[in-house]
Ligand binder design. Structure first.
Ligand SMILES: *Cc1c(COP(=O)(O)O)cnc(C)c1O
Length: 381
């Protein structure tokens, strides 16, 4: 192979792409096994469900794989899954768009609404995919300062600041709001989201990313369904990766006005959901008992983790998600490394400009116990 002049390969790449850094995912279990030779590894790094998918979905998948050679393309319209989602939310099927994970939807939105001369707004300390999707479109990212560390909702979204920033920036075409937010776990009360929607000009698309919606206490979580009828510029995204436990299959969706759904479907790959993901998502949505079990485990264990970590003298950000973000008041890298050596993968926050924090997914009682004792060992408590 001739060795190319590297500048030939980058010269015509779009400037937004050249400025990007690839997303750093949580370390896979077998990578740690390979790197450190640790046998018994647990992963609390990517906010996956410790109970996994509905047992009914698992059985149906196994039967499908045994019976079907998967030679046929999936149903590109996702008809059956959309019918289930439509019934679950009480919404017309033509207002649903399916994504290969909700990440897919976030990128569709950027592809439709972002570009040179159009800006995209999101908070500091928000989900890493927002800047990637924005910059890949050569659009400008407008980062809104988050609440300060000593606020009741530290590092959380400040929607009043979003409103002020929107008045300064008429070029903003798309706004991302994660509620609850990743990587902080913080949330915005429903009345503040509503006040924000009322203030946003109708041509600015608001993507309300509800990846962690199910984990919120019932009293704290918004019902965005009526807002979708009042605000045609609202897009709500949900995922099957978190509470439904099928992150490995990739499925998510958006609820929106039918006109926006039509635009989303124009940029969607015709077969963006594979057959197994469609089937598993359908069955997962049906099994709300499994959802309740997963929520109950998370609520109980999130509370316990919070309490035990605070008792260790650590700072724990308030969380309504399936993870806790823990502050050490010093660079958390050595602690991250110490946990890896003990077979526990958590998420370092350096790439989120929060190097003193680690994000820890709420696992099973046994997994959380193992994390807590490894941590107290490292901190020599
Ligand atoms: C995990 C997560 C998603 C969902 O990702 P998928 O592509 O659906 O797996 C979306 N938004 C946020 C804020 C997340 O943390």
């Amino acid at each position: 192979m001739t060795s190319p002049n590297p500048s030939d390969l980058t010269r015509n790449a779009l400037p937004g792409i050249l400025g990007l850094e690839a997303y750093t995912p949580g370390m896979p279990i077998d990578e740690l096994q390979r790197r450190l030779g640790v046998a018994d590894v647990i992963k609390l790094a990517s906010n996956e469900s410790p109970l996994g998918m509905s047992p009914r979905a698992r059985e149906a998948l196994a039967a499908t794989i045994a019976r079907d050679n998967l030679a046929l393309y999936p149903d590109g319209s996702g008809y059956r899954l959309k019918q289930k989602i439509a019934a679950y939310h009480g919404i017309a099927a033509d207002r649903i768009t399916l994504g290969n994970g909700s990440n897919d939807i976030l990128e569709f939105l950027a592809r439709i609404y972002a570009g040179p001369g159009r800006a995209v707004m999101f908070s500091d300390y928000a989900f890493a995919v927002y800047p990637i999707a924005t910059e890949a479109q050569n659009a400008e990212a407008v980062r809104v300062p988050a609440f300060p560390p000593d606020h009741a909702m530290p590092y959380g979204h400040d929607l009043k600041a979003f409103r002020r920033a929107l008045r300064e920036r008429p070029d903003v075409s798309l706004v991302f709001v994660a509620n609850p937010n990743n990587p902080t776990g913080t949330w915005v009360p429903p009345d503040e989201i509503l006040a924000f929607l009322e203030a946003v000009p109708p041509h600015v698309i608001v993507a309300l990313d509800e990846a962690y919606w199910d984990y919120q206490d019932v009293a704290l979580r918004p019902d965005a369904r009526p807002w979708l009828d009042r605000f045609p510029n609202l897009v709500v995204t949900r995922t099957f990766s978190k509470i439904y436990g099928i992150a490995g299959l990739r499925a998510g969706y958006a609820l929106s006005h039918a006109t926006v759904a039509d635009l989303l479907n124009r940029v969607r790959q015709p077969f963006n959901n594979n057959s197994l993901a469609l089937l598993a998502a359908e069955l997962a949505l049906d099994d709300q008992d499994h959802v309740r079990q997963s929520v109950d485990l998370n609520t109980r264990e999130r509370e316990r983790l919070h309490r035990k970590l605070v008792a260790m003298g650590l700072r724990v950000l308030p969380s309504q998600a399936n993870f806790v973000t823990v502050g050490f008041e010093r660079d958390a890298k050595p602690i991250h490394q110490g946990l890896l050596e003990r077979g526990i993968i958590v998420r370092p926050m350096g790439s989120y400009a929060m190097p003193e924090f680690l994000r820890v997914t709420v696992g099973t009682e046994r997994e959380n116990g193992r994390f807590l004792s490894a941590l107290s060992d490292i901190l020599r408590l």
